[in-house]
Design a protein around this ligand. Structure first.
Ligand SMILES: Cc1ncc(C[n+]2csc(CCOP(=O)(O)OP(=O)(O)O)c2C)c(N)n1
Ligand SMILES: [Mg+2]
Length: 434
């Protein structure tokens, strides 16, 4: 009966017990040892220190003494690097396009996103926030598809031009469509994990992977999702990108505890904190996290520590709330791309010539894809109202569709701005005019 008690409590049982000792030694639903120390605690580490950060590479891309370099061969390592390089190159082009008023765009965190993507199985179900384009690129979603979604043309298969730019989705790539309201994907991911567990074909094989920012972790949905995955166990892997900001709010104003990792053990969830600018640490940690998750059918939490070097999105000017110098410094300290490059070079897997060739090739491929996408028309205008919900069209959509038809009949052929706008759609919106 007392086997779960600590040494101090067990020794109490040797002498004559009072009623109150007996009562408190038999706490219901708890294996908590009894103590007579009036001690409060505020740390998940017994030594009171912060949760450590897992690292493999040092600042100049060399494995730290005693670290374990995850198993990677040359072609895998080169793919990691090329995918990482693709992200900032895409950012630069799309950023300038946005300045011309064509799209808006969010910058990505290369090592965290690409390193974790590379640790997953291609059939794991991914529910992202909006900075996870690197997962899609890793899985082979091509540049034409990226551009088509961002520009909302008729090749934007999953969202038909009806979503904000970078709100990708691709059933083929097991990538669930991004939704703007923060943290909604977290409880959804616990549900997806549970569905995978119930599916005999996928149980023990695939997991649900949920990405979110540390800012999103302030939403109630974070706690709902963690509790759901903890109490109705499911293979759900939570990856929180702690980049120090939720738009202009620094993380120091988002939590008072030890980051997001400290919350994992509160839900009984295996947790690790990793250096999010060290792609090999992310790769190794997420591989192990995924293994546990799938094998135990239980949630795992990875907190990836990084820094948002870009503005929040293209509609933000972050120098209004943080020092330009801080950003410039952060670009240099532990830069994730140069750390991997130096690692590759030390293994003779990369050279200056290859760097020059890669940069030129990526730029030209991105520009070609952009120009192609820019010239494609949009879906037919009527698609604005199709398959928004399953089943019959609801009354409110029917009303809106009819109203658009009336407006188009009135202005669509006579008012210049509407005439011009109509031309962007396949069929020029004629389906509303007949
Ligand atoms: C429910 C909700 N509240 C507010 C917003 C506006 N918003 C969009 S992104 C963002 C910051 C999110 O920060 P974080 O989760 O840390 O992600 P990061 O952008 O740093 O990757 C906010 C507040 C939103 N989209 N949804
Ligand atoms: Mg953030």
């Amino acid at each position: 009966m007392f086997r779960h008690l600590g040494r101090r409590a067990a020794s109490c049982t040797a002498r004559k017990r009072t009623y109150s000792e007996f009562k408190h030694g038999n706490l219901p639903h708890s294996h908590s040892p009894i103590t007579t120390d009036l001690e409060f605690f505020n740390s998940v580490r017994p030594d009171g220190q912060q949760i450590p950060t897992y690292r493999v590479l040092d600042s100049v891309g060399q494995p730290i003494d005693g670290s374990t370099v995850p198993e990677i061969d040359e072609s895998f390592a080169r793919k990691l690097y090329e995918t990482m390089m693709l992200l900032p190159t895409l950012d630069t082009l799309l950023y300038s396009v946005q300045r011309q008023g064509k799209i808006s765009f969010y910058h990505g965190e290369e090592a965290t996103v690409v390193g974790s993507a590379a640790a997953l199985s291609p059939t794991d179900e991914v529910l992202g926030q909006y900075r996870e384009m690197g997962v899609l690129l890793w899985r082979g979603f091509d540049l034409d598809s990226i551009m088509s979604q961002c520009l909302g043309n008729k090749e934007d298969k999953a969202t038909k031009g009806r979503q904000m730019p970078v709100h990708f989705g691709s059933p083929q790539h097991h990538f669930h469509t991004i939704s703007s309201p923060l943290a909604t994907q977290i409880p959804q991911a616990a549900g997806v994990g549970y569905a995978l567990k119930r599916d005999p074909e996928r149980r023990g094989k695939d997991c649900a992977v949920c990405y979110f920012g540390e800012g999103a972790a302030s939403e109630g949905d974070f706690h709902a999702g963690m509790l759901l995955a903890s109490t109705i166990p499911s293979p759900t892997l939570f990856i929180v990108r702690n980049n120090g900001f939720a738009i202009s709010t620094p993380s120091s104003e988002q939590y008072y505890g030890d980051g997001i990792a400290a919350r994992g053990p509160g839900y009984g969830i295996d947790t690790i904190r990793v250096d999010g600018n060290d792609i090999l640490a992310v790769l190794g940690a997420v591989r192990e996290a995924r293994r546990r998750c799938v094998q135990q059918g239980r949630a795992v939490l990875v907190e990836s520590m990084t820094y948002r070097v870009g503005h929040h999105s293209t509609s933000d000017d972050s120098f209004a709330y943080r020092a330009r110098q801080e950003v410039e410094d952060r670009k240099k300290v532990d830069n994730p791309v140069s750390r991997l490059r130096l690692f590759l070079e030390s293994r003779k897997w990369w050279s200056d010539d290859e760097e020059t060739e890669l940069k030129a090739r990526l730029k030209s491929e991105i520009l070609t894809a952009f120009k192609r996408a820019e010239n494609l028309s949009r879906w037919e205008l009527k698609e604005l109202f199709s398959d928004v919900y399953g089943g019959d069209e609801p009354w409110n959509l029917r009303e809106q569709r009819e109203e658009l038809g009336e407006l188009l009949k009135k202005y669509g052929t006579v008012w210049e701005p509407w005439k011009k706008e109509r031309e962007k759609f396949s069929g020029s919106g004629d389906e509303f005019l007949s």
